[in-house]
Ligand binder design. Sequence first.
Ligand code: AMP
Ligand code: GLY
Length: 435
Amino acid sequence: MHVLVIGAGGREHALCWGVARSPLATRLSCAPGNGGIARLAECVDIAVDDFDGIVAYCRDEAVDFVIVGPEGPLVDGIIDRLDREGILAFGPNARAAILEGSKVFTKNLCKKHNIPTAAFEKFTDLDKAREYIQDRGAPIVVKVDGLAAGKGAIVCATTEEALAAAEDILGGQFGAAGDAIVVEQFMVGEEASFFALCDGRNALPLATAQDHKAVGEGDVGPNTGGMGAYSPAPVMTDEMCQKTMERIILPTMRAMEQDGRPFKGLLFAGLMITDRGPQLIEYNVRFGDPECQVLLARWQSDPLAALVAAAKGQLAGYEVDWSDRAAITVVMAAQGYPGDYGKGSEIKNISGAEAIAGVSVLHAGTKLGTGAEGDKILANGGRVLGITAQGSDIRTARGRAYQGVDAIDWPEGFCRRDIGWRAVAREEKAEQEGE
Ligand code: AMP
Ligand code: GLY
């Protein structure tokens, strides 16, 4: 099977890593890929939104299966286009990708089907939004309806902040994505990410993870795409996973099917674990980045076979085997990220990190040098590497990941030193209590 992965991030490197170990894959391509993916796959210079280019490549190179990484092309209908061309692909079509494409759609679906989520109201009119915010008071959360590259949720500690956020969004700061806003109740709890593989009708729970969105240690500072993740998420006990399936994932699958929008692909629920159980914060319609890296590290059976089964509507009775070891990814980013950062600095001794037992280096924003510099790895983005490690528990995995970080010679990069702190604190507490 010739497999084409669409995307260029750490998530896509992890997907290529999973596909490359499948006996089903006879050829692997990635559009456009990055410096690390280039070691596993043929990287083809086609942008993720160039649907004509992607279809032409699939035809010319006899691609059998396409895996779409990022949300943008999914929301814009890449799966619909590939379906029309008769090319098998993994991901939701545009009608189903609306679960990530419109927060208003998802919140209304939750309301209609009693799926637990924060109480909310939708606004297109600023005066009405102001009135509601004044009435409810802070803390409160203001969200852009459409896609906003992870920057569309503003958690406001004061009414003034919320009023300013509503003004900015409805005033056009996010373009058409911000024509509507959702204003919702602030939820208290611990966050977790829950992943389910879906075939339109069936949903198969995968492993859980937790990420660190804030740039700073202690989870402070501006939000990023994710500075690190680990799996499993200790807060997601078997009971909590079961509640998530029963109260959130399965009702969503049924509602989408009834609405003529059967969901195929990866459904990623961002959850708040509250004292009333799991509440939905938001849906994403693709693997998380860097959550995908830790999932693929723990995925023991053939990931490609599972994604093909999902795309073909054959998940009934399907099982995925997971390693019971823990996995962690520490993201190394270019200094300045998530603000302005430089590109082009050389990253040395990645092989030294990879020589450590249990450590893999998954690339995000990297590229290979050109000409005589072809063997150099250069920084080419904000998030640049994901040092991924496994171990018997999060603490062991984390120790290895930071050994990997320390082996890498890249003065222009930085990472958070506390990835996994919640899980490590839990492990330490359990150990003390056990003594
Ligand atoms: P979202 O883009 O909807 O995933 O939101 C980004 C982040 O904002 C989440 O990961 C939470 O940390 C926070 N957040 C969003 N909605 C809420 C809420 N209703 N209550 C508390 N925190 C929230
Ligand atoms: N790491 C969060 C996301 O991929 O949306």
